[in-house]
Design a protein around this ligand. Structure first.
Ligand code: PA5
Length: 415
């Protein structure tokens, strides 16, 4: 379960204001919205779906040394976050039995595409194209590159065996899959892109990376059963801080494995809340690294910031600082201390400094960087995000503002 600690906001706001936020009304509204299908995903996940995804992942693992996941926004951020959180930010560089995972179709850079193609080299590879709408231009362009690469390497038959399509039923991509004979994994219609990490969108790349997807879904299920109180507390606290002028939320974590989860979180909250001239601007910082870049601003810049720290009870590894007399670094007395203690001390030090500098700090605590914790963490954030958006009076689903750049791009390209 994700625990929420609001001690670090108490000198900025009256706790009663937080308790007075009407989250019950938000929850009733959420029930009536079509795209609330993610709420029940941990319950509806079953052996049949698990076996289907593991079957496809097993085929990818046995046939390929690399898997290219094509998608943008909610169609790739969750899978990338999960792999870094549960395995490692250096997953591709680790010795392993599962394929390297590359993400493409998430920008319009030819240089980036060429680099991925070069990285695959002459190794066997498969492709999972992910697009709910089936019509996103960045993903469509990347698909053309990788489809022709598959066809020229493996022929028309091999292309059919190695291209996996994840999309909505009836989308242009699903029609192509039916027409050309690719394996198509359907997304649940009532789950929006940025809420889809716990569907086949996130689960297939995770399973191909050797992640225990059953454990991930069990973590989400446990978080769901633990009740809504913690998610409501996080949502209400953010909204009270927003109303008093804290317009930017800096999500910060002291584990680099969380960095891509921070990117996923930015999309979730940014696209869900940033509407109708409202919304907390979501930013992410990787501590302690970013204390040496953003730290100055956070401590003494404009006082429009709130922070949310994410920490973990149990590190995956906990090495001890080596001793020895050769060092002239003034840290001799902490030789023999474990790194988890150092990291926690850093978090305490930063929290104290930032609160003193006028930045309220919310704390979220998870047990470890495991598959179950990732399931719980993402489920917790989706719940909090939907409630927070509804409390502020906006619909958390849909992203009408994203259309503006797409319309211009289509016009510029004459499409
Ligand atoms: O949250 C969303 O729905 C969006 O951000 C989408 O994930 C993103 O625009 C990609 O869309 P699609 O999956 O249709 O290619």
């Amino acid at each position: 379960m994700i625990k929420v600690n609001i001690e670090g906001v108490k000198e900025f706001v009256d706790e009663r204001e937080i308790r007075e936020i009407d989250t019950k009304k938000a929850l009733v509204e959420l029930e009536s919205l079509y795209e609330n299908g993610w709420v029940d995903l941990p319950e509806s996940y079953n052996t049949e779906l698990s076996q289907e995804i593991k079957g496809v992942a097993g085929k990818i693992i046995s046939e390929s040394k690399a898997l290219v996941v094509l998608g943008i926004g909610g169609s790739y951020l969750g899978a990338r976050a999960a792999i870094e959180y549960i395995k490692s930010p250096n997953y591709n560089a680790l010795p392993k039995q599962t394929p390297d995972i590359y993400f493409a179709g998430n920008n319009a850079s030819g240089e980036y595409l060429s680099q991925i193609i070069e990285l695959i080299g002459d190794r066997d590879f498969s492709v999972n194209v992910v697009s709910k709408s089936g019509s996103t231009i960045e993903t469509a362009i990347a698909l053309r590159f990788f489809k022709s690469m598959l066809e020229s390497r493996y022929g028309a038959g091999g292309l059919k065996e190695r291209l996996y399509v994840t999309t909505d039923k009836g989308s242009p991509l699903s029609k192509m899959a039916v027409r050309e004979g690719y394996r198509c994994l359907e997304m649940p219609a009532e789950v929006g892109g940025r809420y889809s990490v716990l569907t086949v969108v996130g689960l297939l790349p995770c399973a191909a990376a050797g992640i225990d997807i059953d454990e991930m879904m069990a973590g989400a299920k446990e978080e769901r059963s633990a009740g809504i109180d913690n998610a409501c507390l996080y949502a209400s606290t953010r909204q009270v801080l927003y109303r008093m002028g804290k317009k930017i939320e800096m999500l910060a974590c002291f584990e680099p494995s969380f960095r891509s989860t921070g990117e996923w979180w930015k999309q979730l909250f940014g696209e869900s809340e940033g509407k109708e001239g409202k919304g907390i601007f979501p930013a992410f910082a990787d501590y302690t690294a970013d204390l040496h870049s953003l730290g100055q601003y956070i401590q003494q810049g404009e006082r429009t910031l709130m922070e949310t720290f994410v920490s973990f009870d149990q590190p995956r590894a906990n090495p001890v600082i080596p001793g020895g007399s050769l060092h002239d670094d003034k840290i001799g007395p902490i030789a023999g201390m474990d790194m988890h203690t150092i990291n926690r001390s850093a978090s305490e030090a930063v929290k104290k400094a930032h609160i003193e500098g006028g930045v309220p700090v919310i704390e979220l605590l998870a047990p470890s960087l495991s598959a179950a914790s990732f399931g719980a963490m993402t489920y917790f954030f989706k719940r909090s995000c939907a409630i927070s958006a509804l409390v502020s009076g906006v619909n958390p689903f849909g992203q009408p503002g994203v259309e503006a750049y797409k319309k211009n791009l289509f016009a510029i390209l004459g499409l």
